[in-house]
Design a protein around this ligand. Structure first.
Ligand code: PMP
Length: 441
């Protein structure tokens, strides 16, 4: 009997004992291609020698110093690195231990900013239905995934949700891309006006939707419209790039491809590549100054924030990505992955959509391609795909469920940035077999 509670209370799982490059190994000697990077985490793959060396060196120097007493060179260097490459205006960094912590901190920064500048009546947060922002109560309240939220709803702060920009499901026939972008973003303006423009703190969105809908990028001008609406009403824009950020889409930050910069941005996962738990909020000078000129501090904090080991991991991972020019490989291998997915699934009777950016690609499964009807949730297709993929030595991230009326089954692919062409071919081959076996079951 096992005494640990991971995810499923009853599930027997393989015991992972090692990892090298894009593979993980279990205790029984089986290997698995990590085509999901865990949950879009392992951007450098496993056992990268340069990251291990940096971690050993930091451990020898000092494992921990509390941020109530000290700053550290390694945390300062990571912050410098992140600011040097940040979207325009984001010139301060708050280091935490993961994605949910980053989202919680960003929400509280947005609220405190308005208190500091004399607008304490602002209290509403608007986010999107097809979204995941983490599992702590504030982040869970922000996300729109009812399956995750429902039993905790009485504990969640009130938030307001609009649709994500989800072209395959929500763009109407005959509607141009620009019209759809304006209509989808228009939902934000309508909600702000309904709540009262001087009562809204922030709009929160994943630049590319990750865990809820499987790598859904926005259409062309969607975020430009969103930025304009936020500016018009003095509402802060928080982009959650915990999953889609730090190079995963082919640019360091996904929003670079949308031509906008947020006021606050959350990052995690690929920041430390899984070598240590680390996340961060990047914040604008205007928000930072409201704290420095106001109360003098941000009313928040965690024991392990700015942890030197976590900062060392983040710094080493980011330096390797830059030194080895890995974003170019994300672009090249992302194009190859997309082409191979289209070749394999383009005419598949149960694949409705293939979408994504860079090495962040999603495949949406449907019962009927013409009507886009989804599979019956009781079929538990996502669980079957995961099982069949694992049996073929492949880790992918399948999801399913109804998210406010939009029901779908998706498979998310997010392999390490070091993946090679022949490995991409292998991933698609195994995925094809796994999906067909799951559908036949
Ligand atoms: N935001 C997004 C967009 C995420 O994908 C996730 C994790 N899947 C989180 C926040 C929460 O991150 P964590 O699991 O590290 O708390």
């Amino acid at each position: 009997m096992t005494h640990i509670l991971h995810r499923a209370a009853n599930a027997a799982m393989p015991v992972a004992v090692g990892g090298r490059g894009i593979e993980l190994f279990d205790r029984d000697g089986r290997s698995y291609i990590d085509a999901s990077g865990g949950a879009a985490v392992s951007c450098l793959g496993h056992g990268h020698p340069d990251v291990l060396a940096a971690l050993h060196a930091q451990l020898d120097r000092m494992a921990y110093a509390h941020t109530g007493f000290f700053t550290t060179e390694v945390a300062e260097r990571l912050a410098d690195r992140l600011v040097a490459d940040a979207p325009a205006g984001l010139d301060h960094v708050y280091l935490v231990s993961g994605g949910s912590e980053a989202v919680e901190a960003a929400l509280k920064m947005a609220r405190q900013y308005f208190v500091e500048i004399g607008q304490p009546q602002r209290r509403h947060v608007i986010a999107r239905r097809q979204s995941y922002h983490g599992n702590t109560l504030g982040a869970l309240a922000t996300g729109g995934n009812e399956w995750r939220r429902s039993q905790f709803r009485p504990l969640l702060i009130e938030t307001h949700h609009i649709d994500a920009c989800y072209e395959y499901r929500l763009r109407e026939t005959g509607e141009s891309e620009a019209e759809y972008a304006a209509r989808a973003a228009g939902q934000l303006e309508a909600t702000i006006l309904e709540l009262g423009p001087d009562r809204v703190i922030a709009f929160v969105a994943e630049t590319v939707v990750g865990a809820t809908a499987g790598a859904v990028p926005p259409v062309g001008d969607y975020f430009k419209r969103i930025r304009e609406i936020c500016d018009r009403h003095g509402v802060l824009l928080i982009l959650d790039e915990v999953m889609c950020g730090m190079g995963r889409t082919g640019t360091l930050h996904a929003c670079e491809q949308d031509g906008i910069a947020p006021d606050l941005m959350t990052i995690a996962k690929g920041l430390g590549g899984g070598y240590q738990p680390v996340g961060a909020v990047l914040l604008s000078g205007r928000i930072f100054e409201s704290f420095s000129k106001g109360s003098g501090f941000f009313q928040h904090g965690h024991t392990y924030m700015g942890h030197p080991m976590a900062a060392a991991a983040g710094l080493a991972v980011q330096e390797v990505i830059r030194r080895d020019g890995l974003l170019a490989n994300v672009v090249a291998m992302g194009e190859h992955l997309r082409a191979r997915l289209e070749q394999r699934f383009g005419n598949h009777p149960h694949v409705g959509d293939i979408r994504g950016r860079g090495l962040f690609q999603g495949v949406e499964l449907v019962a009927d391609r013409l009507t886009k009807a989804s599979f019956d949730p009781k079929s538990r297709l996502n669980a079957a795909i995961k099982r069949e993929a694992m049996a073929r030595g492949l880790m992918v991230y399948p999801m399913g469920g109804t998210i406010d009326g939009v029901r779908g089954d998706h498979v998310l692919l997010a392999p390490p940035f070091i993946i090679e062409r022949h490995q991409v071919d292998d991933v698609v081959e195994r995925l094809g077999e796994a999906i067909d076996a799951a559908l036949a079951a």
